[in-house]
Design a protein around this ligand. Structure first.
Ligand code: ADP
Ligand code: MG
Length: 678
């Protein structure tokens, strides 16, 4: 009987497989039809002809017209992949992943085979891969190992208008490579902005521009400025949902936290509205959203329901979601801002540019006429917004790209071919920092430590922390900390109905006021001790996904340690060695307690505070080192650890003199005096 059942089962499987194959085939055909309906399809042959005739081509077309998903496929179909890979860069990792998944689907292949993606700490490609989507930062890193990009036949620098730091540096490098590799095709692709500028920069490369399909979008402004854009956004979404005809809504927020808050409030208010209104499906999308959930935003909205997508800037031009009819634009985005005088960098919620506002509004008019609700006044728009977003190269810390360029053998940074040069001060500041970190010598040449640091796909301060841990025999602990700091998303969660439990669980890791870095280490090692148990994560209100990501990152860092010949060593009994390694990397990020409980940064005095989520926010040690500054209602230090001021002189003699840490050295504070004073 059991044999019969088995046979039947196999028959079933056979039939199932066949019908599945059929279904897949027709799905594939359907996808081909969708491909042929994209605006770019009409221009396929003209485009291929232009690529054949010119080495460098600037391609301009509306967002959603098919540039990112189609051009690499056209090139593949035309045979370019016989000579090498087609690489296509994206400024955002979610876009690289999501677009690669889509293209694999359109080509009917498994993601990671012919079509793959490569983002930091995650390589989803194989020997078979001919179409490779990757972040611009990853192509930059690939250049370190393959300076002529020999394995590529075509490089597409996509979403060029975003002007990220890595994209701008790539411009200069690929322009140079194209000169001595006439067989390499270079495509610069962008939404409709700045085409002339790109063309000028690439020695007047021809511009291939094609029209998209745009429907009129009605723009609405608020009559008075909104005090609270979160609240205004929620009210606007609900008003649209109740009053306007069907069609999906896209709302722009500045980051994950805001999106999660908005999701929670929306769910709550919808419940309050009862069953009389139609279904509203809420879809968040941001960089750290797990990929299964990312796919959800592309699922068609069921009949009679409405979808609201809560997105970061990612949905401005990188991702196109079909069916959006309404856009809600609060007018802000989170941007890095950098003060070249002090060398301090901070994340800042900033008003967007007019160019961004136009792009955002345009998202409502892709499939039919739409509406955009700007949560600011027309006066605001006309008078306060900048025309264009300042390119990142002009508002960021350059240390990491300077280190990369130095290891590529490019020494004359002042004369590097920047499309828009960074402030000279910022370049000098980054050279100074790399010198203080020991990555460069007095002549500005890469040192042995610098060469090792450049191997890590991390900020130079983090790389330094790792490289120096060799000396303190605690590389094992330090790479766990570095991995935990690199996750990007949050580690702890805090359900509304269990906040006390969650807070207690979190504070457990802070026992002994060890500081946030050591607490992260404890989280990681405790999880490891449970053999990476999911249950343990639940019990401790820890995000399983974040921990898995930390483990992945850690594995890769461990591999890199081997590559730079640093042995794994553990020194758990001497936590000060771990702290010293942190300070050896992060000494520019130090602050000293003030009488009023705030802090002042040591080198370039500025008032800062310990973030309320820090384990030390009630402890207030006298001297601290921090991972990063985040500006919200105040300038907050995130991830904070106590340090001994004399370490600064010991570990960063090029950066600190005795006078910087004087009062501690002269007054000989008794241990814990800072705490007592509070
Ligand atoms: P462009 O690069 O010109 O902005 P894209 O090639 O990104 O345009 O998009 C072309 C079409 O492909 C759009 O209609 C978009 O909705 C669709 N698309 C892209 N990625 C996905 C995906 N992951 N799932 C479903 N549709 C997608
Ligand atoms: Mg695109």
């Amino acid at each position: 009987e059991s044999v019969m059942a088995g046979e039947n089962y196999e028959d079933d499987m056979d039939a199932k497989q066949k019908s599945q194959d059929l279904a897949e085939k027709s799905a594939l055909e359907e996808l081909q039809e969708v491909r042929r309906s994209l605006p770019i399809y009409t221009y396929r042959d003209q485009l291929l002809k232009a690529v054949e005739e010119h080495q460098v081509l600037v391609i301009v077309g509306d967002t959603g017209s098919g540039k990112t998903t189609q051009i690499p496929q056209y090139l593949h179909e035309a045979g370019y992949t016989k000579r090498g890979k087609v690489g296509c860069t994206q400024p955002r990792r979610v876009a690289a992943m999501s677009v690669a998944a889509r293209v694999a689907q359109e080509m009917g292949v498994k993601l990671g085979h012919e079509v793959g993606y490569s983002i930091r700490f995650e390589d989803c490609t194989s020997d078979k891969t001919v179409l490779k989507y990757m972040t611009d930062g990853m192509l930059l890193r690939e250049l370190l190992g393959e300076p002529d990009l020999a394995s590529y036949s075509v490089v597409i620098v996509d979403e060029a208008h975003e002007r990220t730091l890595s994209t701008d540096i790539l411009f200069g490098l690929v322009k140079d490579i194209a000169r001595f590799r006439p067989d390499l095709k270079l495509l610069i692709s962008s939404a409709t902005m700045d085409a002339e500028k790109f063309s000028d920069y690439f020695d007047t490369a021809p511009i291939f521009s094609f029209p998209g399909r745009r429907f009129p979008v009605e723009i609405n402004y608020t009559s008075a400025p909104e005090a609270d854009y979160m609240d205004a956004a929620i009210v606007t979404v609900l008003t649209i949902h109740v009053r306007e005809p069907l069609g999906d809504i896209l709302v722009f927020f500045t980051g994950q936290e805001e999106i999660e808050t908005a999701e929670e409030i929306l769910k709550h208010r919808i419940r309050g509205l009862g069953t009389k209104i139609r279904e509203l499906i809420i879809c968040p999308i941001y960089a750290n959203l797990p990929s299964e959930l990312q796919a959800k935003i592309f699922e068609p909205t069921p009949e009679g329901a409405r979808k609201v997508v809560l997105a970061t800037n990612i949905a401005e031009t990188s991702l196109t979601i079909d069916g959006i009819k309404y856009v809600v634009d609060p007018g802000f985005s989170k941007m890095k801002s950098y003060n070249p005088r002090t060398g301090m960098e901070s994340l800042l919620i900033t008003p967007i540019s007019k160019a961004s506002a136009t792009q955002r509004a345009g998202r409502a008019g892709r499939t039919s006429a739409g509406k955009c609700f700007r949560l600011y006044t027309a006066f605001n728009y006309n008078n306060d917004l900048e025309e264009n977003t300042v390119p990142e190269v002009q508002r960021t810390n350059l240390a990491s790209v300077v280190l990369a360029l130095k290891s590529l053998g490019i020494h004359d940074l002042i004369n590097f071919d920047f499309m828009d040069p960074p402030p000279a001060e910022a370049l000098v500041k980054s050279l100074e920092l790399l010198f203080a970190l020991g990555a460069l010598n007095k002549l500005g040449e890469l040192t042995k430590a610098g060469r090792r640091m450049a191997e890590f796909p991390l900020d130079p301060m983090l790389s330094k922390m790792i490289v120096v841990s060799d000396k303190y025999k605690c590389s094992d602990e330090i790479i766990s900390i570095a991995a935990m700091l690199s996750i990007g998303g949050s580690i702890f969660y805090r359900p509304k109905d269990k906040q006390v439990h969650a807070d207690n669980a979190r504070m457990n890791f802070h026992t002994g006021n060890v500081g946030d870095h050591i607490a992260l280490l404890k989280v990681y090692s405790s999880w490891k001790e449970t053999n990476y148990s999911t249950q343990w994560c639940y019990e401790n209100y820890i995000q399983v996904r974040s921990m898995k990501r930390a483990r992945d990152i850690r594995d890769q860092l461990e591999g890199l340690l081997e590559r730079v010949e640093i042995e794994i060593s553990s020194n758990l009994n001497e936590l000060d060695s771990v702290r010293k390694s942190i300070v050896a990397g992060f000494f520019p990020h130090t602050a000293k307690l003030q009488k009023n409980g705030s802090y002042r940064t040591v080198k370039h005095p500025q008032t800062v505070h310990i973030h309320p989520n820090s384990g030390l926010s009630q402890v207030l040690p006298r001297w601290v080192v921090y991972h990063e500054l985040v500006l919200t209602s105040k300038e907050y230090m995130r991830q904070v650890t106590e340090l001994k001021p004399e370490w600064l002189i010991e570990l960063a003699p090029h950066y600190y003199q005795l006078k910087d840490v004087e009062d501690a050295a002269s007054k000989k504070m008794p241990k814990g005096a800072g705490k007592a004073a509070m």
